[in-house]
Write a protein that binds this ligand. Structure first.
Ligand code: ZN
Length: 405
């Protein structure tokens, strides 16, 4: 999910340098007794993307001669970027310092955190670290780019500490809208920086346990120089509901759908959401068909790695949907953002080869438009309604909760 980071603890004024990057020095910390007497150097943090924007998250940490990266995402083009398929961070500074980069740590498997990785690894083949699911999703991507054999992919678990030159990086379990997400405690002689990654605090998560607030508290006691926190939705008062809440809404809505065919659009990477849709479908005796390449990919990878528990015999091939009555079917599809080429958009414009929208369709858009996508989403909703379908989206029922705190 998108995010922008804030460096709330930065007290030193931002020092502008040439180009688009800005560097911040995080003060001087006295070395601990018994440790090196050398004066600690400033830690430099450069945001190559993801700050003050939604997408292409990429951050460079620098201490002395050592550098490492956190995340390498892509952004999707705005509607006015005609002819542009995807937007990448500017790698120039990274390329120039290629011999100083010790590795790249990936916080989670969302496109805006891993999507740029194949393009980076083509110019800079450094070791990549991430949790099992994150690495699984990266493998799928690298295979498409023919990079799978040359890349150095390393699976880490929450609690693991990896050494990257003069840095150590500790992985901390956080909740988010994709399983296996991490926050990071980054340490060097200059001090400790906590990078939360994208996170929410879910006290009743579907799987994987609650975010490790205890460990964060311990690190806080040790002393933290700077907290870099996900700030998506920071302007909204209150807190984000548990993912479990959406499951309850599905129960209600699936019953409300009566004899109609149910179509649910969601982010393909929201595996816990897909799990809940499958569970409710199974409990009501409906089969599930998947539409959209990214959804099929993520479902197969996450089922293989044990992150998705597909009820026995529930998934049917999309080519088989016409053999089942409407009230025995749930179709899960991509396109919850109204992306022009996505399956749901094609369905809405009667342009999908396999799914035709009828007045007996009950469409649930289980997502909220990413800022900037409101127009395309409402266009899709309008078209679906013109075809006679019932359409349910976030404003009407709790069919979505955010992945951010
Ligand atoms: Zn995310």
């Amino acid at each position: 999910m998108p995010k922008a980071k804030e460096t709330g603890a930065a007290s030193a004024p931002a020092k502008k340098t040439a180009g688009r990057r800005s560097y911040r020095s995080y003060g001087k910390i006295k070395p601990a007794p018994g440790k090196s007497k050398a004066e600690p150097k400033p830690i430099k943090v450069s945001f190559l993307g993801g700050l003050n924007e939604v997408g292409k998250n990429m951050t460079l940490f620098e201490y002395g001669e050592d550098m490492f990266l956190v995340d390498c995402g892509l952004a999707f083009p705005d509607q006015d970027m005609l002819g542009v398929d995807l937007v990448l961070p500017d790698f120039t500074y990274v390329e120039r310092n290629a011999d100083r980069i010790r590795g790249i740590v990936i916080t989670h498997g969302h496109e805006d955190h891993i999507g740029g990785l194949p393009y980076l690894l083509k110019v800079l083949n450094v070791p990549v670290y991430g949790t099992k699911l994150t690495i699984g999703l990266i493998q799928g991507k690298l295979r498409e780019h023919g990079l799978l054999n040359s890349a150095s992919l390393n699976v880490i678990n929450p609690g693991d500490v990896i050494t990257l030159g003069g840095f150590t990086v500790e992985a901390i379990h956080v909740n988010h809208s994709i399983p296996d997400a991490l926050g990071l405690a980054i340490r060097c002689e200059g001090g400790t920086i906590v990078h939360t990654g994208d996170f929410k605090i879910d006290t009743t998560p579907i799987d994987g346990g609650m975010m490790d607030l205890g460990r964060l508290a311990e690190i806080g006691q040790e002393g933290v120089l700077c907290l870099m926190s996900d700030s998506t939705n920071a302007e909204r008062p209150g807190f984000t509901e548990s993912e479990r809440k959406v499951g309850e809404s599905f129960e209600t809505l699936f019953r409300k759908a009566g004899n109609n065919r149910i179509i649910v659009a969601t982010f393909s990477s929201n595996i816990h959401r897909v799990q809940q849709i499958m569970n409710v479908a199974a409990s009501l005796g409906r089969k599930v068909a998947l539409v959209g390449r990214s959804l099929e990919n993520v479902v197969s990878i996450s089922a293989e790695l044990g992150y998705l528990n597909i009820p026995e015999g529930i998934v049917i091939d999309i080519n088989m949907i016409n053999r089942y009555p409407a009230d025995k079917l749930v179709i899960i599809t991509t396109g919850s953002q109204g992306e022009p080429m996505s399956a749901l958009t094609r369905m809405a414009f009667s342009d999908h080869r396999k799914v035709e929208i009828h007045p007996n369709d009950y469409v649930i858009i289980s997502a909220t438009p990413i800022p900037g996508n409101e127009k395309t989403v409402s266009r899709v909703v309008n078209e679906l309604m013109k075809l006679g379908a019932d359409v349910v989206y976030e404003k009407m029922y709790e069919v979505h909760v955010s992945g951010h705190a």
